[in-house]
Each structure stands twice: as structure tokens, then as C-alpha cells.
Design a protein around this ligand. Sequence first.
Ligand code: GLY
Length: 397
Amino acid sequence: MPGRGSREKQFRTAFRRFLSFTANQSPASIPPMRTVRVSLGDRSYNIHVGNGLLPRLGEYCRQSKLGERCAVITDSNVAPHYADRTIRALRQGGFVPKVVTIVAGEGSKSLKAVAECYDQLAAHRLERRSFVIALGGGVVGDLAGYVAATYLRGISLVQVPTTLLSQVDSSVGGKVGINLKSGKNLVGAFHQPKVVICDLDTLATLPTREYRAGFGEVIKYGLIKDAELFCRLEKELGDLLNRNPSKLINVVARCCAIKAEIVAADEMENGLRKILNFGHTIGHAIETVFGYDKYLHGEAISIGQVAAAHLSARLTELEPKSVSRLRELLERAGLPVSVNLSTKQRDALFDAMRLDKKVTAGEVKFVLASRIGEVVWDRKASDAEIRGALDAVKPAA
Ligand code: GLY
């Protein structure tokens, strides 16, 4: 048994080590990190948000107890910046990765791209314990997630979102899928990732337009669930648009926390999760009508949110002042808030809305805001009311 003197010596040595550790680690030298937990029983997982996380990807995959072989699915925009770093981090963690690069753009959310990925996974001999890493934005996350959900009846998935939009929304919650000609995300699955790594450093290479598009989803979180976040965005938008890291980490983590709470309460979107679709019924239809090329997702849902806010002012107690605040914030973020539709495009928009996944018994239902930070869902609107909302988002003559 060690005596009192020996215990004191051990304590003094440990204390000296602690002092030298703290002296060498100024707070500035440890990049801050936030971890958000998505609580889904034995499918629970962490979302890590911070700077300098990609080089530690191997560590996070090890913690998730994944098999050795893996495929990094990425696209032709992201691969030149981050594929090598990702491969290095995975090899350091003892993994055997292969990169699968798809053509960047919404066009790759297709059955053809899925089939190409399957072939590459088979060529790399991925097996049941192997896993897929989605390295990129929403398109990559949705496609790679769908591949992971279906290959060998489902293998593990790690999300490494590299756009603001995918960090706050599409990488979290397990929705994966692809588009058909007749509509967006019509084929898909719920397949939760094992871990989500949001390395804010990857936003540095994001083109301005793509970065700004992320605010379509960020602002949505304030509108649907957090009035305080909405006010913070009104105040800090300038810093956020300048990609200020200390402001960004708090906002990204807050959006992820809101989404985590909603997904944990209603993973399969039977009720509450529908609120995440605020602005999406009209937004998705705009994407379909314009062929996924003209508008980025964040831009289309920006217009969709303004239209939904006008509909809300008509059908709930949302004040006109709140509609203006939403429109102004989206506009300040550089997002479109109006759309010019020909009569033919209007008809096509109604057709697209009726094909949306959110339609039940042929009825288009909307998420509507009752005030900033609070929404209701499953609200019906007549064609005339929808037309009125579309008139409200016509560009001023
Ligand atoms: N992006 C909406 C959802 O994940 O439910």
C-alpha cells in the first residue's frame, strides 16, 4: 500500500503536469467544438460542429466502431479540395478508403448515379460492416446516404457535410434519396448516420452564392422554432455572411440542436417533423418547374418561405410585420424573395405541388407560421389562396 508521503508525491507530480498542460494550452490554441446528440435509442449519434475536425475523421469513425473498408462519395467540386485530406485522415485511423467522385450538381441525384456508385462499392469489395462517407453538400449527402441505405440492404453512413446548408439541415435526421423527373426526392429512405462531422473550415472554399443559400435553412430554424435565434440572425447577419467563426459555430450548433430535438421527437415525420418543411411545398415545386438548374435549394425555399408567410398572414394570426421581417432578413442574406412565373409555369407549379410527398389524399397541406418562432402544420389552403400567395411573391413591376 502506498504511504501518505508517496500519495502526496503522486498528487504533486499530477498537479505539476496539469499546470504545465494548462500553460501550454491557451484557450485560443484549442479550437472550440460543440457536440449535439440526436437521441434515437440504439441509433443515437453525435453531430460535432467546429474547426479542424476533418483531420480527425479517422478517430471519429473508430469511435463509431465501423469496419475497415469504406467508400468516400464526393463530387467534382469538393474532391479537389478535401478528398486527399479525407483519405489521409481515414488511413491514419486504420481504414481502407476508396474515393467515388460524382459530377457536381442536382442532376447526380439520379438512379443512374446510384447504379454507378453501387458498381464502385462492389469493385472496392465493401461488405456488411463497411461504410460510406458522404463528403460534400446536400446532393452528395442525399445520394451517398441512399446508396448506403440500400447497398447490401444497408451499410453504415458517416456524414461530412461541407456546405452550410448540408451542415444545418440535410446531413442530420436520416432523410436520404434521389429525384425523379416528376419530382424531387420521390425515391428515398430514412437512414441515420453513425456520426456527423461539421468542419466549419470546409466552408472557406464554398462559393458566395452557395454559402448564402445556406441561410435559407438557417433563417427557417429561427422562424419555425426559435424567435431568439431569428433576432440574433437579424443582429449578426453581417458577421455571419463574413463567415466569422465564433458566430458561425453557435448558429450552426443551434440549428443542429433544433433539428436534433425535432427528429428525436418524430423521426418518421408523422407530425412535428413536418415543421422543417416550412416554405418547402412551394420551394420544391419551384425547383421542379425550373428544372433544378436556375435556383439552388436554399434560394427556392427562400421564395417558398415568403409565399408561405403570406399564406400564413391570410390563414393564421401571423402579423404582416413578421412577413416583412422574414422577407427583409432573407433579402439581406442575398436570397431571392420573388419569382416570375408565366401562366404555363404556374400550372406546372400546381402540378408539382400535387406530386409532392407531403400530399395526402390528393390534398396539398402547408406548414404555416402563427408568429416568429412558432408554426402549425397540416393546414389546407384553397387554390385561390395559394394563387394569392404566389401573387404576393411576384416581382414588383
Ligand atoms: N429537411 C427536412 C427534414 O429533414 O425533415
